[in-house]
Design a binder for this molecule. Sequence first.
Ligand SMILES: Nc1ncnc2c1ncn2[C@@H]1O[C@H](COP(=O)(O)OP(=O)(O)OP(=O)(O)O)[C@@H](O)[C@H]1O
Length: 247
Amino acid sequence: MSLSVVANRPAVAVRGLVRRYGARTVIDGLDLEIARGEFVALLGESGCGKTTLLRALSGLDPIDGGAVDAPRRPAVVFQEHRLLPWDSLWRNVSLGQPEKGARERAAEALAEVGLGERLDDWPRNLSGGQSQRVALARALVQEPELLLLDEPFAALDALTRLKMQALVKELVARHRPGVLLVTHDVDEAIALADRVLLMRDGAIAYERTLDGATTPDAVRGELLAQLGVPAPSRRAADAASTPQPVA
Ligand SMILES: Nc1ncnc2c1ncn2[C@@H]1O[C@H](COP(=O)(O)OP(=O)(O)OP(=O)(O)O)[C@@H](O)[C@H]1O
């Protein structure tokens, strides 16, 4: 294969994906392609199959039809960090990595997430945000072409969440994997993604490229409407933004 073909290869290409649980079809002929370096966010009502899709892409679950073409095994970060409590942080990051040079590579990845001094520390001594940073380092050390993020910030407080979003954005810009972020948060999707997808009835029902030509407010309104959330009436919105005299 020529170098240019390798460079242009998508991070993942999904064609006609089908996934069933028993008699129930959750994913029904879904198509999706994510380029390397592209950040894609996936929204959709609870239970529509976002996590099922992510697991199918990760190779963790079997598929019942269609094809998932991912060049290398994707890295996954889940809502909960899934660190092994009996292993030090660097060992957690190195899990499944070749032994040779593992500590050095883990040190580099931990430094990138701001935990370069904590190599020999233990998961029990970390906050929720720090644990997710280690989970991120564990994903990065795999040098993934595709990074799958399943609501990785959902359990964090609002401030930590914003800091983690900024960190992920910076790391993705540096390492340039293709990213699929599952989130319930429309603002998070708008803040991070190049393209937002909406899943419905087992397929991608709607997509929106965020190119800077439209304001975040307009995109938010559009996405909320697609999700069936009624827009606040003009009068209610005006009242909320107009300073009220103090009695
Ligand atoms: N292992 C399983 N066995 C049977 N049904 C399952 C299994 N996992 C998920 N489901 C069902 O498949 C559907 C899709 O679930 P999934 O977790 O993918 O949705 P989701 O969009 O990620 O939801 P949420 O936003 O609430 O996390 C749901 O109806 C769920 O009950």
